[in-house]
Design a protein around this ligand. Structure first.
Ligand SMILES: NC(=O)c1ccc[n+]([C@@H]2O[C@H](COP(=O)([O-])OP(=O)(O)OC[C@H]3O[C@@H](n4cnc5c(N)ncnc54)[C@H](O)[C@@H]3O)[C@@H](O)[C@H]2O)c1
Length: 326
């Protein structure tokens, strides 16, 4: 029996999308990617571009002429296309807000009309200024002031969540929302402010590792393979396992950014130094960062039976290996 399905991935030439596309093709499915290559690249797709079950469409989501047909013909839509990364959001706030809202509204409408499972990639940033030690999906959310551009990413992604939830409630669109916490691994670009590829690249080149602030802020880093497993598990089944709900995806093992820099230097055998620079210099005056950002993973574990487990050491070595190969 042929059980091959067709999946549509927006933003599939990006870091997470390209790994997801590879995984689905490797499982015997057909995959179509729509990506405008604004932050992604064809290089990310180089291993799968020749695959007979793979189609790449270079377009903005909303400008893709076949969008409705592609949604209607898919088993599931993974909506990953978005403006991502603190640096990009601060440099181009208006473009980023529009991009994150309009593109989601556009494709969600088709998913709604054709009742297609729709997974929205949201972010841990929606937890805003929470001071909880674990961020729980049921928590209230506290976003910063609109005078500070950095919060527009959280807010636009949160509005995407509201749109998806409204579509589920009003029209029974089968939506699943995944709040991703610092997903890392090979192919992630450091260009838009992502800390780990930036550190590893600097360590490999013997340049200083630049820590913003005093480095006591902590994060939890989740390997891309663990993220892909969780994303695909949440849309399995009919109806999808995660139907109408929000799930944190990440790890709950925490490390300070200063310690992360030290760990990267040690594991890569680098002689780089660590440089501390104020947030204001790195981003903009009045920049606000969250001190901690740790997911509660109980819901993910209860529903899927597993939670991300790749160690930080493995993650750093994996990134170093992939950057070293370039
Ligand atoms: N990487 C993380 O740790 C992380 C954390 C939280 C949330 N997310 C979410 O996961 C998704 C993927 O993130 P990523 O880390 O792979 O980033 P990425 O920048 O590598 O991928 C985003 C992709 O979307 C494409 N894109 C942007 N706007 C588009 C548009 N209008 N039309 C078509 N393509 C468009 C870009 O070219 C890029 O390839 C995003 O929605 C992001 O908000 C990622």
């Amino acid at each position: 029996m042929n059980t091959a399905k067709t999946y549509l991935i927006t933003g599939g030439a990006g870091f997470i999308g390209s790994h997801l596309a590879e995984h689905l093709l490797g499982s015997g499915h057909r995959v179509t990617v729509i990506d405008d290559l604004s932050t992604g690249s064809e290089e990310n797709l180089s291993a799968i571009l020749p695959h007979p079950s793979f189609t790449f469409i270079r377009s903005r989501v909303s400008e893709c002429a076949e969008l409705e047909k592609l949604v209607a013909g898919s088993q599931t839509v993974f909506h990953l296309a978005a403006s991502v990364g603190v640096k990009l959001i601060i440099e181009k706030p208006l473009y980023s807000i529009r991009n994150n809202l309009q593109e989601t509204a556009c494709i969600l409408e088709h998913a709604c009309k054709h009742k297609k499972p729709f997974l929205l990639a949201s972010t841990s940033e929606v937890y805003g200024k929470s001071s909880s030690s674990y961020f729980n999906e049921a928590d209230d959310l506290r976003i910063g002031n609109p005078h500070l551009s950095r919060w527009s990413y959280a807010c636009s992604k949160l509005m995407d969540e509201f749109m998806a939830m409204a579509s589920w409630r009003e029209h029974e669109t089968p939506v699943v929302i995944a709040r991703l916490f610092n997903i890392v691994g090979p192919r992630q670009s450091g260009r838009y402010g992502m800390v780990l590829p930036r550190f590893v690249q600097a360590a490999l080149e013997g340049r200083p590792l630049t820590v913003y602030g005093d480095g006591t802020q902590s994060r939890c880093f989740c390997h891309i393979s663990d993220c892909i497993r969780a994303l695909t598990q949440l849309v399995e089944g009919e109806p999808p396992l995660g139907l109408g709900e929000v799930f944190n995806i990440g790890t709950d093992s925490e490390i300070s950014i200063a310690e992360l820099a030290r760990r990267v230097i040690a594991l890569t055998g680098s002689e780089s130094e660590i440089e501390f620079i104020p947030y204001e210099k790195a981003y903009a005056p009045g920049f606000q960062d969250m001190l901690r950002r740790r997911p509660c993973l109980k819901k993910l574990l209860a529903r899927t039976g597993s939670k991300p487990a790749t160690s930080l050491e493995q993650i750093i070595l994996d990134i170093a290996h992939s950057l070293g190969k370039r």
